[in-house]
Write a new protein. Structure first.
Length: 221
């Protein structure tokens, strides 16, 4: 092992003058390489072993990564400011959520109102249809009661009902075959506009048995 004069001075804590004095008196072994003096210490010398260990330790320390930088300490003021920001963000989210909930409630109520109105319209239409059917049945029963002819000479006699009846619905209630219904319809449409008994409204023909006699038009022959 070899050390420069500076290294030797630092390790052994000797002045450079004293080291040069020992070199001149040949008390230390040394060599001169390119003008630089190296003091020779045998490897077997305990001092050399200690120097090796110290050098190895120093190299290991130099290779170790530097300690991570310390995180800045969080002060009370910083924590309060952080909590304020989080609280403000949370309030904003709650506000948006409440607005969404209100909108959902409004939409649900609107849908329920629309569904209720739709159902009410359906029931109103069904009630009107049922009323018409009952009127047709009543008219048919009255015609059957007034019918005095045998079945071979059956004619459709008028009803005393004061309610108007649509021709198409009335013929359906009589259980006639399609050919006879068609024949009777032709009679009514042929005199439509020229006979006061035939009333037309919205493209439909209506009969008023309370005012007029339709026996000639309702005849099956």
């Amino acid at each position: 092992m070899r050390l420069t004069i500076d290294q030797y001075s630092k390790y052994f804590k000797l002045s450079k003058e004293l080291i040069h004095s020992k070199l001149r008196s040949k008390k230390l072994n040394y060599i001169n390489e390119d003008g630089t003096i190296y003091i020779i210490i045998p490897e077997s010398d305990p001092i050399a072993q200690k120097l090796r260990q110290a050098q190895t330790k120093k190299e290991s320390q130099n290779k170790m990564p530097p300690p991570p930088p310390q995180k800045p300490k969080i002060t009370v003021a910083t924590l309060i400011e952080l909590y304020k920001r989080e609280n403000s963000a949370l309030k904003e989210r709650i506000k948006k959520l409440e607005a969404k909930i209100d909108q959902l409630i409004d939409d649900k109520e609107r849908m329920l109102r629309e569904e209720r109105e739709r159902i009410e319209k359906i029931y109103a239409a069904k009630d009107e249809q049922l009323k018409t059917i009952l009127e047709l049945i009543d008219a048919k029963l009255k015609i059957e009661q007034q019918n005095q002819l045998p079945s071979s000479d059956l004619e459709l006699l008028p009803t005393t009902s004061s309610q108007r009846v649509e021709l198409k619905e009335y013929l359906k209630s009589l259980d006639l075959d399609p050919q006879k219904r068609k024949m009777i319809k032709k009679r009514f449409h042929a005199i439509k506009g020229s006979d006061i008994r035939v009333q037309e409204q919205n493209g439909k023909v209506y009969l008023d048995f309370g005012k007029y006699d339709y026996s000639d038009l309702l005849s099956l022959y």
